[in-house]
Structure formats: C-alpha cells, structure tokens
Design a protein around this ligand. Structure first.
Ligand code: GLA
Ligand code: GLA
Length: 710
C-alpha cells in the first residue's frame, strides 16, 4: 500500500559512521566570525556530532541575484567537519531574500480575502509560482554542484517545515493549478459536480475553467466542505510537488546523500498529510515541541507513535525540539529539572536515532531570541548547557551499547489516524464544531496507557492488517474501500473499535445514507450491527440543559451521543445511557456501547465521546482479553512482555534486527516516584532512578534503560 523510497540513514563522521546523532540547527551566519571557535569547542564538550546548517541562509549564499558566495559556508563546514561534526545541509530555500521579492512580488502568497502576504518572514512564497520555483531550483542545483563531494555533508535537509506559513495560498497561480489538479483527479466535469454536490446553492460548474478556490465569500461564508477537502489535498500535493522538484534537482547532481525534510507531527496540528510525504524522503524526521501541562509525556509518545509508523518501523530523526521554553505560544513554560534529558530519551524510547534541537546557540536578536537553545544566553555556565552535556554523554552510552538501528517493538493495537479526517473535522458545517479527530486519537492513546496498555498510531492508508485490534476514533471520512478493508480485517479475526463520529462521510464528504454510520454503503453499520438516526449534541452553550450524560457502566459522555434506534439480534449492548440526564435527553436505555461478532472477529461500537479516563475504564472492562489482544508475537517468535501492568510507567522495547539484543525503556508518567521491579537485562541508563534490592524507584521525569541479550 505504501511505496516508500528506500530507507537511507545519514552517516556520522565517526570511524564506523554509526552512532546516535546529536546536535541542532546551527546559524553561525547570524553571529560574528569569532563565535565559530567557541561554538566548535563547546559542541565538542557537549558531544554534538551533527548540525543542520544554512536553513535560512539564502541571502548569505546569493546576496544579490545570480551571485553565489560559498566561501563562508565552505569555511564553516570545513571547521565543523574537521571537528568531527557532520552537516545536514539545507536547500536554504525556506526563506527567500528580499531582493527576490523586489523584483518578483508576484511570488508572494495571497490569503483567502485576496490580500497579498508581505515579504519578511519564512515560506513567503507560492508553492505554485513558476518564477519562485525557478529561483529555488537554481539555488538547489548550485548547492548540489558545490557540495556533492564534500565528505562532511552527509544529508540534505530540504526546505524547512514545508507549509508552515504558506499552506493556504489563494493566488491566481494557485487557482490555475487547482483547476489542473481537479481535471487530473476527476477527468470529467460531471464527476467533479457529483463529487462536490454542486447541485446545492447553484454551484454547478460548466467546465474546469469555472472551478473556484474556496476564497472568502462574504458573511455567510460556509464553504462547500467537499470543495474545501479537495483544496486541503491540493495544497498538500502542491507543497509535496515543490519538495520533490527541489529534491530531484539536487539528486540529479548528488544522488549519494540521503534526503529528508522536517515534518510537524504533533497532536495540536495536522499541516500536511505526512502519510504521503513519508514516501518521498529517505529517512523521516520531525519537529516536536512539548505540550505544557499534564499531557507532556503522553502527547510526545502519541506523536512519536505516528512517527514510528511513518518510518515503517525504521529509526527516525528528531530534527527539532527544545531544551526548555519556546517563544511562540501565549504562555511559554520552561522545562522542569530532568525534562530536557527525559524528553530526548523518550523520543529515543519511541524509535528515534537522532536527537536535535532548535537551535545550537540562543539568538541575541530577532523573532526567536527568547526561544531556548542548547547554549543559552547565560552561556556555558548554565543549567541548560550542563543538561545538554549530560544528554550528550547519555546518547554516547546508548551509541556504544549498539542501540542505533534497533527497531521499536509494535503493540498489538493500531489506533488509526487520517489527515483527511482531521481536515474534515475542522469543517464548520458539522453537528459540533468541537470535533477533533487528532485529539480523539490522543485520548485513545492515553486511555490505553492509563489502562496499562500500549497502542501504536498508524495512518489509515497504511497496512495495519498485522495488528490484532484497530481503533477508529472520529475517523470521520471512510471510503468504500476503507470500509471493505476494515470489514475484511474483522472477518479475518481482528477486533475493530469504531468511535462515535467515524464513517459518517465518504472521501467526497458525502453522507452515507440509510442511518449512521453510513460509510461503505451501509457496510460499516451492518458490521457493527447498529443503526442510529440522529446525533445528540451537548455543550455548555445549551443553557440550563444537562451537559453530561451517564452510561449504565458508570462512564460519562459530554459532547456527542448517537441516537441508536436499532441493534441486530446478535449485537450485545455493553452499556446504555442511564439516569436523569439521559431521561431528559430521551436517551434512557439507548445503546451506547455495543459488541458484535463479525466473521472470526469482533466489531465494537462506542457511540459517544468518552474522556481518556473513561476510555481506560472501558478497556479494562472489556476484560483480561486485552492482555491477549495487545500482545503480538514478534517476528522472532518471542512473546513480548506487553502490556506493562503499571499504568504509571510507559514501557517500550527496541530490538536489534536479528533479535539478539533488546533495550527496555521505562519512563515515569506520573509526578510521584514509582517502583519498577524485575527488569530484563542490565541497566545502562538509570536517570533520576534509585536502585534498591528488588529493583528501581523512578522519580519524576526518570528514565531507566536496560540492555539484554535474548
Ligand atoms: C436560512 C436560509 C436557508 C438555510 C437555513 C438554515 O434560513 O434561508 O437557506 O440556510 O438558514 O438554517
Ligand atoms: C520551527 C522552525 C524553527 C524554529 C522553531 C521554533 O520548528 O523550523 O526554525 O522557528 O520552530 O520553535
């Protein structure tokens, strides 16, 4: 189902080329020349072995149109390389120089109101601008020619966070490209009219020349959701095409070095459909910024679980995270003692083989001066820099122990994620504007952890047939083909858990008829053995009305209940709505959670939203079967030790390809000390842990890593 480019991982400048990569974005061009000496000395002290260079340096490389100056960059790369620090070299196209905007203002994006975006920031260019592409590709080719044989450049870092600032462009170039994209997708205008449901509001399109972008349409500006979803896909595809053009321009000249670009996978955003992007890089990399508050570690693990799937189980790269606070949120909390190390090693526990930060040296000026870095304003005599050095040592220990290249062991459950459903849940035309697919994925992920289980997060489009259980939390959009795959999975013996707002629409944002959930021409509904007719939507806004409803098993729902009006004879009702609020909303005794045998498997329906605590309760109530469901024999035939029984511990395992070595990672999810006994193998890192006769006590933000031969 997936056609990834072959996995290629960048070498380090160590003798073997191997080891966990450690470093960050490096912007020496923003500092006086003398700083370089100190940087290289301190990088050595910290154990830095890679930097990402020249990400925003286009104006230094091509200060005036057509005049390229590589001397400064040659010098920096040479100094770094001789100090044993590899370079992940940027294509440098993420921020264009001002001269380009002076001569070609037509490359600037246009917002949905028709205003041209101004120059002066990052990604201020239209992905569909032929003029911009010409300049960008020329720069790519010049860089490739100049650095193709440089032994210190070991990877290409294409662009930077594609789409961060130019995800939505409503320019005339975009319009023309959208028309072409629609024609390629639909072939005939009738097919587009059908897909977009244009019979509504006089929107019939006579030819592809009449296709419009979903620009602002005035006060009653509800966009046709089918058109909007295609526009989301189109924007993703245009940026991906742009990336590919840049990559190909370099690859033609320099085919030997691996390519990546930093994704933005984090459960508060879904800029791109990275299930597609992962096909086009040689190794996947991510920028992840921690979420403040109690979800900190869980959120990180959930985002990383998706990264691990995008990497098809191969190691992946943390291209950016922060040593402490960022500066771009309304409120920027710093990291507590231990969190710098813990977060970094948590990424490793989730499959990362490279731990990098934004950025090496904290800026003195500019928009990001208050963003933490590896070397802070306070200088080397600082908690943060000492923490960075300590991390460098820990990563060296893991490198020496042979961790690099081991793969994260899969869980038995896949929670399915779909970027398209995430985009669809953002539509303003749904029964509730509070729907959020990604957040529901995160809640289910945390619910599994709270139940002492671990799940993976897998793109819907990928192959999840090897799992025992799949969960579809608010996978709003399911095509007929998706539903067939799901039903086949259940028939073959799998367990399918379908959430309250899954399968309401197809890939064109058309409602499946005949009762909810109607996806797959009713197949999803039939598989579950339920049918509902209306949604019961709750919220504080409905003043004086009950805003939560109890279930007969003690759980609570607060957002959305499906009014299930019929169940098949062989469907078991596991819980129904109960109590006063249920009676008030005329839902008393209405089935809320059901289970039905389907083929050799089971189809479970969760017809209302639940918070993560209640999800954990539900999972536990489903019984000891979960022990069995979530354990999956490894390829080498051993039965893994999942699930961990103590929900306060996040336990992951990385194994060598030949199965001879395993690394067990134990992270404390709670704020209190937790005891871990009976670990396998020899501890190689016991950070913020205390050993006693039976095992270890893991303090807050602790991590214990043990190595065992199998
Ligand atoms: C208005 C419009 C209708 C419809 C309804 C929906 O009254 O005239 O076309 O959009 O709102 O409530
Ligand atoms: C992004 C960018 C970096 C920097 C960081 C700040 O990830 O790629 O250049 O702006 O955000 O957190």
């Amino acid at each position: 189902m997936t056609t990834h480019r072959a996995f290629r991982w960048p070498s380090l400048l160590t003798e073997s080329g191997r080891g966990i990569a450690f470093g960050g974005d490096y912007n020496p061009d923003q500092w006086p020349e003398e700083t370089l000496d100190e940087d290289i000395r301190l990088m050595g002290e910290a154990g830095v072995n890679v930097v990402s260079l020249a990400i925003f340096s286009w104006d230094k490389i091509e200060p005036v149109e057509g005049a390229f100056t590589f001397e400064w960059l040659d010098h920096v790369i040479d100094r770094l390389g001789r100090a044993g620090i590899a370079v992940d070299l940027a294509s440098a196209t993420a921020a264009a120089p001002l001269w380009l905007y002076e001569s070609h203002p037509e490359v600037l994006p246009v917002d949905r109101y028709g205003h041209t975006v101004n120059a002066g920031s990052r990604q201020s260019w239209q992905p569909t601008s032929p003029v911009f592409k010409e300049y960008a590709l020329r720069l790519c080719r010049r860089l490739a020619e100049h650095y193709k044989d440089n032994p210190y450049v070991t990877a290409w870092h294409m662009g930077n966070e594609y789409g961060w600032n130019n995800r939505y462009d409503y320019s005339d170039n975009a319009l023309a490209a959208f028309r072409t994209w629609c024609e390629a997708k639909y072939g005939t205008i009738d097919a587009l009219n059908e897909a977009w449901g244009t019979a509504f509001w006089s929107q019939h399109v006579n030819s592809f020349d009449e296709v419009l972008l979903p620009r602002h349409m005035g006060g009653d500006a509800m966009v046709n959701p089918s058109q909007q979803l295609d526009y989301e896909r189109f924007g993703n595809d245009m940026l991906l095409d742009f990336y590919k053009a840049e990559r190909d321009a370099i690859e033609q000249i320099c085919p030997d070095k691996p390519f990546t670009t930093n994704f933005m996978v984090s459960t508060d955003q879904c800029v791109m459909n990275y299930a597609k992007w992962a096909d086009e890089v040689d190794f996947v990399s991510n920028d992840h910024y921690f979420h403040e508050g109690e979800s900190h570690l869980d959120e990180l693990a959930c985002s990383d679980a998706l990264m691990d799937s995008l990497a098809l189980g191969k190691p992946w790269y943390v291209m950016e995270h922060s040593t402490s606070a960022v500066q771009w949120k309304p409120l920027n909390t710093r990291k507590r003692a231990g969190e710098l190390m813990r977060d970094s090693l948590a990424h490793v526990a989730m499959g990362a083989d490279a731990i990098c930060f934004f950025q090496w040296r904290q800026s003195k000026s500019g928009a990001e001066a208050f963003h933490s870095a590896m070397l802070p304003h306070a200088g080397a005599d600082s908690k943060v820099f000492r923490g960075v050095c300590e991390l460098g040592k820990a990563l060296k220990t893991l490198s020496d122990a042979g961790l690099q290249g081991t793969e994260l062991e899969r869980a038995g459950t896949a929670i399915l994620f779909s970027a398209e459903s995430e985009w669809a849940t953002r539509s303003e035309t749904l029964p509730s504007m509070k729907l959020n697919h990604w957040h529901d994925v995160r809640d289910w992920y945390r619910g599994f952890l709270d139940a002492g289980l671990r799940a993976d997060v897998v793109p819907l489009a990928y192959d999840w047939t090897g799992y025992k259980t799949i969960v579809l939390p608010t996978v709003l959009s399911l095509s007929d083909e998706d539903v067939l795959r799901i039903a086949d999975f259940a028939k073959a013996g799998g367990t399918v858990i379908v959430g309250y707002a899954a399968g309401l629409i197809d890939e064109h944002f058309h409602i499946g008829l005949g009762g909810y959930p109607g996806a797959g021409n009713g197949l999803l509904r039939d598989m579950l053995g339920i049918r509902s007719e209306e949604f019961n939507i709750l919220g504080e806004e409905a003043e004086g009305e009950p805003s939560e409803i109890s279930l007969s098993n003690g759980l609570t729902t607060r957002l959305w209940q499906n009014d299930v009006t019929s169940v098949a004879a062989d469907t078991t009702v596991l819980a129904s709505y109960a109590g006063e609020s249920a009676a008030d909303w005329e839902l008393e005794r209405t089935p809320a959670i059901t289970s039905r045998p389907y083929g050799n498997g089971t189809a479970i329906y969760v017809g209302c939203d639940l918070n993560r605590h209640d999800i954990a309760q539900l999972l536990k109530a489903l019984g000891s079967r979960w022990q069995e469901l979530s354990a999956q024999p490894t390829e080498s035939g051993q039965t893994p030790t999942y699930p961990t029984t103590d929900p306060r511990i996040l336990h992951t395992i990385r194994r060598s390809a030949d199965g001879s070595t395993r690394f067990d990672f134990y992270l404390n999810r709670s704020n209190q000390p937790v005891a871990v006994n009976g670990i396998e193998g020899e501890p190689i890192i016991a950070y913020r842990c205390e050993a006693d006769t039976t095992g270890y006590t893991l303090n807050r933000n602790a991590i214990l890593i043990a190595k065992a031969s199998c």
